[in-house]
Design a protein around this ligand. Structure first.
Ligand code: EPU
Length: 491
């Protein structure tokens, strides 16, 4: 890592004492029960009143999701889906926006927040950093900061959710120091964060890794021109947040163009930063000395919407989906239509139906606006029963076919060749006990269960709870025979 280019100018929110040193002095990360990402989030500190347009936090927090390692989903398949489903707020938009609250000391409010485990984990992380957070789904409110943050994201929280690395940019920009556990690999791949680190260095931070932690330090960050080696969603978001408090202008080139990046740009602009081009490959950011708190309603979740489109496409029936971000979902809609799923806009909703046979289609995952890797597993579940042979190629993550052996246990005929899955359609799937391996893999197993003969039990449902708010309730409401059950053990 090269030496800091930072000048001896304090970062915007630098505490009087070196907060980083103080954090370091506390030694290895230790997450107390108070910090742990459980569901019930009410705590005394959360009762402090907000300012501005944010209402006082007088009400007790509503429980978010029931976190249990032994929950499973039981599905009895072959029921068409009919009715209406409302799509919730976007997880991958809410997570960076929650982290953006660190850029300001004021009281912020997020609306249309989904009730997910990852939201609880982020709230726990923000609390660990010293902020009062009230999770009252569909809202999350942060009280005005009472002092400088403890700029440290401990291993115990980061290992539960890689997106915790999104506090790195805000912390170093705001407090001049951040100590964030290295995320490490995960079920879907190695997932390095080198682009985040190189970008922060270009903005003037010095970075080293010690005992599994990224330690970033700087005086005031300074605007720079940065070209990403590859498109990275959270990498783009981390640098946007850091640049928003940097001195001068930053140009980010080869940015991720995902709608969630665009959404973060909207929020940073609400906070007073000048962000141009979010959602395109070149983003220009004029940094500010200080940023304001904000009140913002999160966009709808394109991946949750896509998952329901695939579910109805697989089972047949007719469902009106409310709040589908159709434009953001175009690559998925096009592929599903080619596979024989009928998808039409109707007023404020989107009607999805299937009456004819499913046909094979090929798809290759790519950064937005390509076919999203987060929909590959769900499309595969649908294609297991299509006429003909489909080829699904995964280009984003090297290990994102973990659902294949589980689908095979249900009778699917899928062969993996390098980074492609060859899916030969079968006439029926049969229910089985299967194991969820990651978030989107779990959704694909639920879809397979919805079309299979007999009973399917999807274990390790905590993966599903990270990104789908009570999916079993939403599906049961449109006619699925599905419920959450408790298993004695989750081996
Ligand atoms: N990459 C690097 N170096 C970096 C950053 C990324 O080599 O510094 C590589 C990754 O290993 C991967 C590719 O670049 O091969 C793209 O990864 P990206 O950084 O875009 O992924 P991410 O930001 O960690 C977000 C979503 C994921 C989604 C991917 C791709 C959030 C919180 N997560 O992850 O969502 O799959 O973008 O679109 O936004 C999910 O919701 O299930 C999920 C995994």
């Amino acid at each position: 890592m090269r030496p800091s280019r930072g000048r001896p100018e304090a970062p915007p929110g630098a505490p009087r004492t070196d907060a980083g040193e103080a954090a370091g002095a506390r030694g290895a990360a230790h997450v107390t029960a108070r910090d742990a990402p459980r569901c019930v989030v009410t705590e005394a500190g959360g009762a402090r009143a907000g300012v501005g347009s944010v209402r006082p936090m007088e009400r007790p927090a509503r429980k978010c999701v029931q976190v249990s390692g032994v929950d499973a989903i039981r599905v009895r398949g072959r029921k068409p889906l009919n009715g209406r489903i409302k799509v919730g707020g976007a997880k991958n938009a809410a997570l960076p926006i929650l982290c953006a609250t660190l850029l300001s000391d004021g009281a912020s409010r997020l609306r249309n927040v989904p009730g997910l485990r990852d939201i609880d984990t982020t709230a726990a992380l923000l609390r660990f950093l010293g902020r009062d957070v009230m999770v009252d789904i569909p809202e999350v409110r942060l009280a005005e900061a009472s002092g400088p943050a403890r700029p440290e994201a401990p291993y115990e929280l980061v290992r539960q959710m890689r997106a915790s690395v999104l506090v790195l940019g805000p912390l170093v920009a705001r407090y001049g120091k951040a100590k964030v556990s290295l995320p490490g690999g995960c079920a879907i791949g190695a997932r390095p964060v080198d682009q985040h680190l190189k970008g922060l260095e270009a903005l003037g931070a010095t970075i080293h890794v010690e005992h599994g932690y990224i330690v970033a330090e700087s005086q005031r960050l300074r605007g720079a021109e940065i070209v990403f080696d590859m498109q990275t969603v959270t990498g783009t978001e981390n640098l946007m947040m850091a640049a928003a408090l940097a001195k001068g202008r930053t140009t980010l080139v080869n940015c991720a163009r995902e709608p969630e990046v665009e959404e973060l740009g909207r929020v940073l602009n609400k906070m007073g930063a000048k962000v141009e081009g979010a959602g395109t490959s070149i983003i220009r950011i004029e940094g500010r000395d200080a940023l304001d708190p904000f009140d913002h309603a999160i966009i709808a979740d394109r991946i949750e919407a896509g998952t329901f489109l695939a579910a109805v496409g697989a089972t047949g029936g007719t469902v009106l989906l409310e709040d589908v971000p159709t434009e953001d979902l175009e690559p998925v809609i096009v592929k599903l239509r080619q596979a024989g799923v009928e998808i039409e806009r109707s007023g404020t909703g989107t009607v999805v139906a299937r009456h004819g046979v499913l046909r094979a289609v090929d798809a290759t995952t790519a950064p937005h606006p390509g076919f999203p890797t987060d929909m590959q597993a769900q499309l595969m579940a649908l294609l297991t029963m299509a006429q003909g042979t489909s080829v699904l190629t995964e280009t984003i993550f090297e290990n994102r076919f973990m659902h294949v052996p589980e689908l095979a246990r249900m009778g699917a005929d899928v062969e993996i060749r390098n980074n492609s899955a060859i899916v030969r359609g079968v006439t029926s799937l049969e229910g089985a006990s299967v194991m969820a391996t990651d978030l989107r893999a779990s959704a694909s197993l639920v879809i397979a269960g919805l079309v299979a003969d007999g009973e399917t039990v999807v274990r390790r449902v905590y993966h599903l709870d990270r990104g789908y708010e009570r999916i079993e309730k939403k599906l049961a409401a449109v006619g699925a025979d599905i419920e959450r059950i408790s298993l004695a053990e989750d081996g």
